[in-house]
Write a protein that binds this ligand. Sequence first.
Ligand code: FAD
Length: 550
Amino acid sequence: MKKNTYSYVERNHILEQLKQAHYDVIIIGGGITGTGIALDCTTRGLKTLLVEMQDFAAGTSSRSTKLVHGGLRYLKQFEVKMVADVGKERAIVYENAPHVTHPEWMLLPFYEEGTFGKFSTSLGLKVYDILAGVKREERRKMLSRAEVLRKEPLLNGEGLLGGGEYVEYRTDDARLTIEVAKKASEKGADLLNYTKVNGFHYDAEGQLTGIAVQDVMTGQQYRANGTMIINAAGPWVEKVIALDRHIEGKSLLHTKGVHIVIDRDKLPLRQPLYFDTPDGRMVFAIPRNGKTYVGTTDTVFEEDLTHPKTTLEDKKYLLRCIQSMFPEAYIGMSDIESTWAGVRPLIREEGKGPSEISRKDEIWTSETGLVTIAGGKLTGYRKMAETVTDLICAKFKKAGISCGKSITKGLRLSGGNFSDPKDYPRYIDMKAKELATLGMSIEDGANIAALYGTNADTIMHLKKEIHEPSDLPLPILLTLHYAIHYEMAMTPVDFFMRRTGALFFDMNWVQTWKKPVMDYMAHVYNWTPERKEEMAADLEQRIADATEAV
Ligand SMILES: Cc1cc2nc3c(=O)[nH]c(=O)nc-3n(C[C@H](O)[C@H](O)[C@H](O)COP(=O)(O)OP(=O)(O)OC[C@H]3O[C@@H](n4cnc5c(N)ncnc54)[C@H](O)[C@@H]3O)c2cc1C
């Protein structure tokens, strides 16, 4: 087994040996879908390469509502199988990664003429419990109007009839993706970020034999050879298909979903809520680490897929939703601290609007052998990966190449090495005290243990590895060093957006530490002054994207 290959140093090694290597499977796309497939393939004994043109999780997989859930609302569209499949996956994700999956009671208030009534809420949640195989202690509870208002006094009381409560799992989508990627790397897969596929190679029969890739950091072109090539490029799947000789497949509709972040003091919700909007949709309001985030929107999107922007209209819409549900919260434009926008790659269905189109995944193979997977949910990533890898294995078996059975159902993700997920809170307490002995506060120690789970053990011992000068406080320095050397962070945006989530949830922290973080990274990567300026400009642009509307 290889050790710590998920670092920027190893990235260079993987690139250098690409020419000589032959992979069983090459995966295009380092979101949750691609990393999930990489983990399944490598643990079945297939030699696996994953290439990602941006950072891992930089696409939709860092821009979701950040819930590991069955999607209650899809029951209204009779997507029974999808709710059942995805719902059951929740428990598996939780077992394997309790440090990125946190169960919380979600309140679903119902109103006169609302989306759900008393009967449909009760029935819907009951069906959800059964379909998703929900544990006894997490099954739905029905609440009277008075109980709902006691639980959430900020709610609009007008027309309120009562509510339901059910358990949802809050996650950090980017961290989940990175923990999957880290595990895949630990199990032998080669993973490269900032490596873009810009062409394909074929044999005499026109079957794919490899990919042409560019190291986005240096501009250098490489070739990688592989037997099977998987297109897991999310919103970009059609662009990847367009690089192939035989352009075929399903057509995608892109829709944009925006979330806004507000200080929890301004919108002091006691628990997550799922509520009606004035235009007959439903949105979430979710407290998280001193903030509350609200979303999402669902509008057709035809602009830049790489950096989808929040518009003034998106913000106004979500403020109107807040205003109608929490009329006494008085949230205004200036209270929005940060935002993010994500793009859904939906399989087009004639005559259906954005919110009506199914979220289920589809897999198809082109004449050249390119396997494409599109659609789906973050929550169902493991099962999707298993299905895709089963398909690949069937082909390998026909060719006499052995391929094991999927083991990911019981495989702990990186950082999730707990025999029982319930040990996680105890572990945080214990590690916080140990980390404090290094010279940080118990609170900082607890934050590190909560974020990295059992990988906090590695972080404990990093101090002696750090040789670069820095003014950063110890907890940040350890986190940054870990991001670079153990999580392949290549840019300050990787660190602030996807390794820590601070660009969405703690903008003050970003503003306070951006300069010393930049200095440290410049030192490690030996950036020229021009390169450092580019990196700084990139970070400023992403800060502007999160804080300003177009
Ligand atoms: C607003 C919103 C809210 C959502 N909320 C939830 C939720 O709460 N729970 C849930 O389960 N699901 C949710 N989803 C769905 C979920 O986020 C997606 O299903 C999932 O993230 C898709 O992952 P992916 O890996 O397929 O795509 P992506 O994460 O977009 O990954 C595809 C990757 O491919 C890379 N790529 C593209 N072209 C190339 C190339 N030529 N070479 C190399 N790499 C390339 C891209 O850079 C990208 O990183 C939500 C989606 C949206 C938009």
